[in-house]
Every structure is written in structure tokens, then in C-alpha cells.
Design a protein around this ligand. Structure first.
Ligand code: CA
Ligand code: CA
Ligand code: CA
Length: 420
């Protein structure tokens, strides 16, 4: 690559190198493009020095990131260009020294080598907090459906591009981001939890967590659970634009939450199955789903879509503009609340937030709540419970005081004493 420093502009008094002044005038094509591209220079004040009568000046280009490749958006005649200006103008990002022609393409959703045709699919990258990064494609690609790669994650951002990655990853007291591009899938191979978070702060974005078999045991000994993702022991987990589907566990087919703060936005929790909590089960902690869907999950016993056990610790679930649909169980097709569990359903007249088309073979098509020593709570604000075509079956909410049929956009609170 030619990297010619054109800082020796003929307009600058200190220019003593004759290489620019003596440039052959045959470079007229470049000169013409400069005329047409940069009229500001052409119409600016006439330099008073010898540049007026000098030979044609080729364009020069800024290199603000210092990677040796110029910014094509910054042409100016070399004669007027002080500082470090280059003849090269092939840098597609002059704010990032790691991005230039010939750079290694990495999985980051960006064009690293200034060639948009270079594929990212099938690449995986790990980047540390200090900005350094490593191509970890060969490490992560070692997993197979029969033998998924079991791996503890170091701090940093793990990026997965395209394709299916057979992994069972583990974050323990770490600060980890898992990011997908181009429809990347993390597949547990049906033999373990796909993502286990044992403390720390973990984010998951733009990924699909699939085909996990819950292997996380809670501190109370319940489980194993959390086929797609298990979070426990004071962890903070953020999920965005991610699917958790086709996972299985004894408890929490897709998600298991134990003493964890989990916030999910645009989560698609679908087609998971378990004995308790087909989509998700919570044993403590605070979970929030915003503009998400919980669909077509199945529990053999209770909580087809979602379940909370409030015997051991404070456990809450807030459903904000989240649609819980087409889930099924024996008790609580959409949601089951045991003991001191607290759930909220917040919708609006213009959203489908709430419970529709969920079914229970026994009681509580949408929600089943029951407590012996404690009083579970469901607080609904403009929450849908379905109507003629998309009602839950049998009655919408089962409580110790009886079953309730509810309509759409309902605001009330249900507990052991009933819904009011
Ligand atoms: Ca540059
Ligand atoms: Ca660059
Ligand atoms: Ca890239």
C-alpha cells in the first residue's frame, strides 16, 4: 500500500522537499477531480506564494486515526494540506485505527477490512474491556451437537456471528456481554444449560438460546433447571432482542431465576417445556419482561408459561406490555404463583399485554395462585385476559376463593381472597 506523506505542501514556507513541486504535471486526472470535488478550495482566497504558479497538486487525505489509510471524505489539494495528509484514501472508518483495508475481519457487526463483501458469518470474537480483541472462532467452533463446548467466560464481550454455536457457557462473578449478529444461535445440544450465570453482571443481546437441558441446581436443592439460561446468587442479567426457545428442564424450561435481578426487553420465550414453569420459573429475585412474548410453553404440572415460588425468598415478576399466549399446564396455563410470590401485569388499551389462549387441564387457564402460609398477589393494570376468540381455559384466574372470568384491559388485584 502506498502511503505517501503529502505534508510537504508547496504553500508552506518550510517546504523544502522538491518531490511535490517537481511532481509531473501528467497527474491531471487527479487534479481535475480535486477541482470538482472541493470548490471551497478553488474559490478561496488566492494564496500569495508561489503555489499559484506551481505545478498541479494531487488530492491529499486526512488520516485522523493514524492507521496509514486516508479518509476519502476529506480530499483537499496537497498544496494546501498541512500536517499529515496521505495520497491513500481507502480508509472506511477514519475514527478507528483497527479498521482499514487489510485489517482482520472480526465478528462485531462492522466492516473491519473496508470490504463489505468479506463475510462475518461463522466468526466469533472476544473483546476485553480495554478494547483489545481476539478471534475465538476456532475455540468456540470446537463444540458439536453431540459434545457442546463447556466453557467459563472471562470478562468482556463475546460476539457470535451467524450459524449455530454448540456451547454451554458459564459466567461466574464476571462482567460479560454475549452479543449475536446475523441470527446467531447458541445451542446447548440438549445436554446442559446454555448460559449459566453464577453472579456478576451479564447481558445477552440479539441471540437465540436453544436446545438446552436445565443443569443448574438451586441452593435449595430444587432443580435442575434453566434450560436456556439460569441466573442465581445475586447476579444481574439483562436480555435484549433475544429468543429462548425449545429448551427443557425439570424446573424453568427456558429460564430459571434464583435470587437474581433479570430484565428482559423484546424477549421471545417460546416452545420451552418443564415439569414446573415451562417458559420460566423464579425462586427469588426480581424479574421484569418488557414488550416480550411468552408463547407456547408447556409445563407438565404448573406454570405453563411462567411460575413463581414465594416460599423461600422474595420473588417478583413484572410483565410490562408482554403477551403470555398459548401456554399450557395442569395448573396455571399462563402463570402460577405460590405462597408470597408477587406478579404484576401492566398493559394498555392499545397493546396485547396480558394472558390469552392459555389453557390448564385442571384450574387457572391464565393464572393459578395459591398460598397456605403466605398470600400471593397478582396486580393487573389494563391487563388482557382474553375474550371470546382468545379467552383462557378454563376460567382465567383461579384463587383459593374461587375462579374468575375476566375480560381485556382489566385493572384489579388477585390474592387468596379472590380478585377485586
Ligand atoms: Ca485512517
Ligand atoms: Ca481506520
Ligand atoms: Ca466485522
Amino acid at each position: 500500500m502506498i502511503q505517501i506523506l503529502l505534508s510537504l505542501a508547496c504553500t508552506t514556507p518550510r517546504a523544502t522537499d522538491s518531490s511535490v513541486d517537481s511532481k509531473p504535471s501528467g497527474d491531471s486526472a487527479v487534479h481535475e477531480s480535486a477541482d470538482s470535488a472541493d470548490s471551497a478550495v478553488d474559490t478561496g482566497p488566492a494564496p500569495s506564494d508561489s503555489a499559484d504558479s506551481g505545478p498541479a497538486c494531487p488530492d491529499a487525505y486526512a488520516d485522523l486515526d493514524g492507521d496509514g489509510f486516508g479518509d476519502p471524505a476529506s480530499p483537499r489539494p496537497a498544496c494546501d494540506a498541512p500536517g499529515v495528509w496521505l495520497a491513500d484514501h481507502s480508509d472506511c472508518d477514519d475514527t478507528d485505527a483497527a479498521v482499514h483495508p487489510g485489517a482482520v475481519e472480526t465478528c462485531d457487526g462492522r466492516d473491519n477490512d473496508c470490504d463489505p463483501t468479506t463475510p462475518e458469518e461463522g466468526l466469533a470474537t472476544w473483546s476485553a474491556d480495554d478494547g483489545s480483541f481476539s478471534d475465538v472462532t476456532s475455540v468456540l467452533a470446537a463444540g458439536t451437537a453431540e459434545a457442546p463446548l463447556a466453557m467459563a467466560l472471562d470478562d468482556g464481550t463475546w460476539s457470535f456471528c451467524g450459524g449455530t454455536w454448540y456451547v454451554q457457557v458459564d459466567a461466574e462473578q464476571s462482567t460479560v456481554a454475549l452479543v449475536g449478529y446475523e441470527g446467531a444461535v447458541l445451542d446447548g445440544g440438549g445436554s446442559g444449560t446454555v448460559v449459566t450465570v453464577r453472579g456478576g453482571t451479564v447481558s445477552v443481546a440479539d441471540l437465540e438460546l436453544r436446545d438446552g437441558e436445565g443443569s443448574y441446581a438451586t441452593s435449595s436443592g430444587a432443580g435442575p433447571g434453566g434450560g436456556g439460561l439460569a441466573c442465581g446468587e445475586g447476579a444481574t442479567v439483562t436480555i435484549d432482542a433475544t429468543g429462548i426457545s425449545a429448551n427443557h428442564a425439570e424446573i424453568g424450561g427456558g429460564l430459571l431465576v434464583e435470587d437474581c435481578t433479570l430484565s428482559a426487553t423484546d424477549l421471545d420465550l417460546a416452545d420451552n417445556s418443564a415439569t414446573y414453569g415451562g417458559g420460566m420459573y423464579g425462586f427469588g429475585g426480581a424479574t421484569t419482561f418488557t414488550t416480550s412474548t411468552v408463547a407456547s410453553n408447556v409445563a407438565e404440572i404448573s406454570g405453563g408459561g411462567l411460575g413463581l415460588e414465594g416460599t423461600y425468598a422474595t420473588v417478583t415478576l413484572d410483565l410490562v406490555d408482554t403477551a403470555v399466549t398459548d401456554n399450557s399446564a395442569t395448573y396455571g396455563g399462563g402463570l402460577v404463583l405460590y405462597e408470597a410470590a408477587v406478579a404484576t401485569c401492566e398493559g394498555s388499551a392499545t397493546t396485547d399485554g396480558g394472558f390469552r389462549r392459555n389453557t390448564a387441564t385442571s384450574d387457572g387457564g391464565a393464572v393459578y395462585l395459591t398460598g397456605g402460609d403466605f398470600d400471593p398477589t397478582l396486580a393487573a393494570t389494563s391487563c388482557d385476559f382474553g375474550s371470546f376468540g382468545d379467552d383462557n381455559s378454563p376460567a382465567d384466574v383461579y384463587t383459593n376463593a374461587g375462579a374468575y372470568r375476566l375480560a381485556d384491559d382489566v385493572t384489579l388485584t388477585c390474592s387468596n381472597a379472590g380478585c377485586r
